[in-house]
Design a protein around this ligand. Structure first.
Ligand code: PCA
Length: 323
């Protein structure tokens, strides 16, 4: 039989009942992004003395990467992580970090994020979401099974794509676009379904691409970001000290994530080399032809996105980037 004090204790605790959030992500548990989210959740748990628990569901297990934004808007999961470019159909300005050859360094990427952030916050708020933080993937390089000297070398080959930028690039170079989620790249390679892809060194390492892919060109094409957000109603339902704990942990996660991304870039490039891959700069010919394609992409993107593109790129280019 329960003691009377047990009932009293339960009543006292229910004043600060535990809230549970589910956070959905499309990347593996071992991904540095996911590890960062898990640490964010741990910090929230500690700062709120267990009053807010965030359960992280990695690897598309709760919702698939492309469905997470809508699921969080609908309240089917309280929180989620998306790669920003997966939201461009609904929020075109989310694609600003995947326009090729705008950003060449983490310093540039930070500056771009500073300009993009208020717009992302606004669009998220309009859709019932609260943006928490954003962390970049390492720069996007070119993986290829054969040496690539000019964009013409892609003709008739199959290029793995993961967003509208990579799809358009495949089209512009005359390759067949093959959409493959990040977590299935190793499988697609083993099945011989792709010849090349543009992604980060760490994605190459996670998928152990060295069996089929021998070349990695450090073209630093763009620095795409993942963004972590929560359903606005779920956030508003928290008492103010809990909201504060979430925002503080989010700020720490963003700072930690950016540092980690840069460290991961270096470690992964080293690992590709250690597995016998040739890590090279692209030839001058490739570089100039590819940059021309990049310019064409930028013009198309600005036309499609309208004024908000200028809100970012005019101030961005007013101060010189490292490009
Ligand atoms: N890896 C993810 C997105 C960008 C990156 O570096 C992918 O390849 O899908």
């Amino acid at each position: 039989m329960k003691h009377w004090w047990f009932a009293v204790l339960c009543t006292a605790l229910s004043a600060h009942a535990q809230t549970d959030w589910k956070l959905a992500t499309g990347y593996r548990a071992e991904s540095f992004h996911t590890e960062n989210i898990v640490q964010f959740a741990r910090e929230v748990d500690q700062a709120t003395a267990g009053q807010l628990r965030i359960e992280v569901h990695p690897n598309n297990t709760l919702f698939k990467l492309g469905e997470i934004g809508q699921a969080v808007r609908d309240g089917k999961a309280q929180a989620g992580e998306s790669i920003m470019t997966s939201l461009v159909k609904d929020i075109p300005i989310a694609g600003a970090d995947s326009v090729p050859f705008v950003v060449n360094s983490y310093a540039d990427a930070r500056r771009l994020w500073g300009l993009q952030r208020p717009l992302i916050e606004k669009h998220f708020a309009q859709r019932g979401l609260k943006m928490l933080y954003s962390v970049p993937w390492p720069p996007q390089g070119l993986f290829a099974s054969r040496p690539i000297r000019s964009p013409a070398d892609f003709k008739g080959s199959r290029m793995r794509t993961y967003n509208p930028t990579t799809e358009r690039i495949a089209e512009l170079v005359g390759a067949q676009a093959v959409d493959v989620p990040m977590v299935d790249v190793n499988k697609a390679l083993a099945e011989g379904r792709i010849d090349s892809m543009i992604t980060s060194a760490v994605t190459g390492v996670e998928n152990q691409v060295w069996g089929q892919i021998k070349y990695y060109y450090e073209i630093n094409a763009w620095f795409p970001k993942n963004v972590v957000y929560v359903n606005r109603k779920a956030f508003d339902a928290l008492r103010p000290p809990l909201q504060k704990a979430v925002l503080e942990a989010a700020q720490a996660a963003e700072a930690r994530g950016w540092t980690k991304s840069e460290a991961v870039m270096q470690d992964s490039t080293r690992e590709l080399r250690a597995h016998g891959m040739k890590v090279e700069q692209a030839s001058a010919e490739f570089d100039s032809e590819f940059k021309r394609l990049g310019e064409r992409f930028s013009r198309e993107w600005v036309r499609l996105t309208g004024n908000e593109a200028n809100d970012i790129f005019v101030p961005y280019y007013t101060r010189n980037s490292t490009r």
